[in-house]
Design a protein around this ligand. Sequence first.
Ligand code: AMP
Length: 216
Amino acid sequence: MIVILVGPPGSGKGTQAEFICKRFGIPQISTGDMLRAAKRAGTLDPKYLAIMDSGGLLPDEAILGLIERRLEEADTKAGFLLDGFPRTVPQADGLAALLATRGVALDAVVQLDVPRDLLEERLVNRRTDRKSGRIYHLVYNPPPADADLEHREDDKPATVARRQDAYEAQTAALLPYYDAKGLLRRVDGVGAAADITQRIERALGSVPASGEEKAT
Ligand code: AMP
């Protein structure tokens, strides 16, 4: 199972990715998480750090290099879920080339659809527990009292609008791109997390298990 989760910042990709990965036994590959890990380790190029913190997108070649190295790891053999990648049409083309050289194909692209006016409120109230990596919402999904909470630098109000603009300007173009290939599954991303999970499960239910298609 090779799946892409697409949606604007704050649409719930991280939360839902956890569900899909458990359900299908595949690793979650989040370029944002990989970049934040590099930031914590002090190995992220300072010019990329500045782009990230201001809400812009890193260059396609840098991101494609990151993904190429990640796909060489053994745990991706049975499939994987991409969260936050691709974000531009050149990245999607680069991914297609990487998959083709491995003789594998995408099974589905799940689009989490959330209106822009709900997104800002979600991001500004989003907190991550440094210990567990779990994502919380201060009002709707409050963290436990002992959580060690982090508010992402790029979840602060001034940066949030810039990230939404980047999504609309560059990432939204992926929707017609994958729709034309018959891969797009649109899921309503408004409501309780568990309900959205069920919608994704239904949307993926129409996808043949990896290998079925190739066996015929
Ligand atoms: P995310 O956690 O997916 O929202 O990513 C956080 C930030 O990392 C983004 O705002 C970008 O600055 C950078 N980033 C993550 N993934 C990508 C990507 N596929 N292309 C370009 N920049 C990315």
